[in-house]
Design a protein around this ligand. Structure first.
Ligand code: ATP
Length: 287
């Protein structure tokens, strides 16, 4: 664990503690836990605020590197049951960086046109370009979760999609896109409270979808589908992290830490000036 990680309140690096390993079982992870963090909510929120500028600085470097001809990009994939906090991560974690360097895409029920193509077609169109931080609010993983739970695809098709996803992500990696996949692991009880809070607040009714109750009724099937998909597609080049999400402050600070650690590992470089700096200073002085 880096000294910096320790200074930021973690007793263990989230990228090591939460990364999915072959023996992974979803049921072993308590959604209310805060692995690797010894503090409470106010400590977590303070760290989150303190780290914003570090994330913003690293992202600016990546963006600048891209402007200078670099090819690298970073893609954050967010998955989880309704109310798991994807939106909060987009606004509170990713939202702390300069928007011009962010490519955000949310994937809802596929349109007629999208259904006519392979499931990766709509995903490819939203990939981050050079220097960009991509943020997927749902993703190609919906296509190995929803149809499986609804019995719309058989095992052969599911397997074909898993293989396609692996090939796709491997290709992204070769094209210098670093991928971080996060499942925000929420408990059924906490989801009930969050949905009840939405129903109680007219300002939150727009976020409520009656269909969310149907998904709740198939909770166990969704958990089984998540576990299978995560086990089958967690690779060295596109690892899955299962992040306990009953405490929003914890899941936010973990995703922030995963992004910071990934960007630190990439070590993006400011591009060197394409002009003579001294000459430009002299011209400026004379102007
Ligand atoms: P969210 O539910 O992500 O918080 P939202 O309600 O604004 O946000 P919607 O446009 O309603 O988003 O889309 C989300 C819904 O679309 C989810 O129920 C999700 O399971 C479903 N969905 C996304 N991709 C697919 C897919 N490939 N196949 C079937 N359903 C999908």
């Amino acid at each position: 664990m880096s000294k910096q990680t320790e200074e930021n309140g973690f007793t263990g690096a989230p990228q090591d503690l939460l990364v999915v390993r072959p023996e992974f079982r979803l049921a072993d992870i308590d959604p209310g836990s805060t692995p690797g963090f010894k503090g409470g909510k106010s400590d977590g929120q303070a760290i989150l605020a303190k780290r914003d500028s570090q994330l913003a600085d690293l992202q600016e470097r990546l963006f600048a590197e891209g402007k200078g001809g670099g090819k690298r990009s970073l893609l954050l994939v967010l998955q989880g049951m309704d109310t798991c906090g994807k939106g909060g991560i987009v606004s509170h974690v990713v939202g702390a960086v300069d928007v011009q360097g962010v490519r955000h895409a949310a994937f809802g029920v596929p349109t007629e046109e999208e259904r006519r193509h392979d499931f990766l077609w709509r995903i490819e169109k939203q990939l981050p370009g050079p220097g960009m931080l991509g943020c997927f609010d749902r993703s190609h993983y919906e296509d190995v979760l929803v149809p499986r739970v609804h019995g719309l695809i058989n095992d052969d098709e599911l397997e074909r999609r898993f293989s396609s996803i692996q090939d796709f992500e491997s290709r992204l990696f070769e094209n210098e896109t670093r991928i971080i996949k996060v499942m925000l692991h929420l408990s059924k009880e906490e989801q009930k409270e969050r949905l009840a809070a939405r129903l109680d607040n007219p300002a939150k009714h727009w976020k409520y979808d009656p269909g969310d109750i149907s998904a709740r009724q198939q909770w166990d099937d969704y958990m089984a589908a998540y576990e299978a998909a995560i086990l089958r597609t967690s690779t060295a080049y596109a690892p899955w992290y299962v992040v306990p999400a009953d405490n929003k402050w914890y899941s936010r600070m973990v995703v922030q830490e995963l992004l910071v650690a990934a960007l630190e590992g990439m070590d993006p470089q400011w591009p060197s000036a394409s002009f003579d700096v001294d000459e430009e200073k002299a011209r400026l002085a004379e102007s």
